[in-house]
Design a protein around this ligand. Structure first.
Ligand code: CUA
Length: 364
């Protein structure tokens, strides 16, 4: 149950570090609305009575303006609107600037469920377990349509958009069980696309994490795809003779492109380079890389992105200490010999290993 211990259940419980900021901003908006509405309504009645028609066709005295009045009714709304703007901008900036020390969690939306994977490889569906007091950063995408990851108790939500990554972060402040919703209409069972966020003490979280078989971590899964299943290593590893662009140390660096442009090698760039390799070709290379669109699932893409990120150990928050520095040493003799014939089968196998297979309504 959603804990609501407030006298007026106007807002859900505050359970994240910035929840109070959102509530304060809303309280301010309510106060401003009340402070303006009451005098206006009162004035409507007062003037209606005070200046009612007492003599037919009477001519009122004219008034030719007042500097004081004009100044006051310009400055007050200016101050009110600017404080609303500044308050909103500060809250927005806080909410969409994930701290560098965040714990990464990967989210894939799908009609009609949330698929979640932790850095340890642990998977869950429609449930998210997190430790209290830690900064949690969600890297999110979707397999199909637009969804929206929404946890009212944390006072944060963000759209989950096909074809790119979006981010959300929060620091849970209280252990408990909080509602998770999809807040973007996404088809027939949109209303059932939700679940629970479990905020646990660090010790309980560690127990939960160790009590489940997690299989490959995302970095390991990405390495496996890179070196074996997709054969990326045949071009992107091999030192001076490699045909593909260097991937070590590129994360968050500026990359020069053919045609003179530059791009920052962030998650979305890496993702796009796998799906649309011809759209952003690195300077000095030929556009010979085939597209992997349709051959990799969103979860596999996530894994590839974290693996490539792990090749840049100096990048802030480089995903895992298991980052292998020497891809070159493990280059297979031939890139295509190990290519999986059916990546979808691998993904399905991975999903079957989850602790809570596809049970959107089991906790309601
Ligand atoms: Cu997913 Cu609404």
């Amino acid at each position: 149950m959603m804990q609501s211990n407030q006298w007026i259940p106007l807002f859900p419980e505050q359970a994240s570090s910035f929840a109070w900021q959102v509530d304060l901003l809303y309280a301010y908006l309510i106060v401003v609305s009340v402070v303006f509405s009451i005098p206006i309504v009162a004035a409507v009645f007062y003037f209606g009575i005070r200046y009612r028609e007492v003599e037919r066709y009477s001519t009122p005295d004219e008034m030719h303006g007042s500097m004081v009045l004009e100044t006051v009714w310009s400055i007050i709304p200016f101050v009110v609107s600017m404080t609303i703007f500044l308050g909103g901008a500060i809250v927005f900036y806080n909410q969409f600037t994930p701290p560098a020390d965040s714990m990464d969690v990967f989210v894939v939306g799908k009609q009609w469920m949330w698929k979640i994977q932790h850095e340890s490889g642990q998977r869950e569906i429609n449930e998210l377990h997190v430790p209290v007091g830690r900064n949690i950063k969600l890297t999110m995408t979707t397999e199909d349509v637009l969804h929206d990851f929404d946890v009212p108790a944390f006072r944060t939500k963000a759209d989950v958009v096909p074809g790119r990554y979006t981010y959300l972060w929060f620091q849970p402040t209280k252990p408990g069980k909080y509602r998770l919703f999809c807040a973007e209409y996404c088809g027939l069972n949109h209303s059932g696309m939700g679940g629970w966020v479990y905020v646990m003490e660090q010790r309980d979280f560690d127990n939960w994490l160790s009590g489940n078989i997690s299989g490959q971590t995302p970095v390991e899964a990405g390495k496996d795809l890179f070196e074996n299943k997709l054969g990326c290593a045949s071009c992107h590893a091999g030192g001076a003779t490699q045909r593909g662009a260097k991937l070590e140390g590129i994360y968050n660096e500026e990359i020069k492109l053919v045609g003179g442009g530059t791009v920052i090698a962030d998650d979305n760039y890496i993702r796009n380079s796998i799906l649309n390799p011809a759209s952003q070709v690195v300077e000095g290379f030929q556009p010979i890389m085939p597209t992997f669109k349709g051959q990799v699932t969103e979860e596999q893409l996530n894994s590839l992105v974290v693996y490539i990120k792990s090749l840049s150990p100096t990048a802030a928050g480089a995903a895992s200490s298991s980052a292998p520095a020497a891809v070159a040493n493990t280059m297979p003799a031939s890139g295509n010999t190990n290519r999986s014939t059916n990546p979808q089968a691998n993904a399905n196998a991975a999903i079957r290993g989850t602790s809570n297979p596809n049970a959107p309504n089991s906790n309601r």
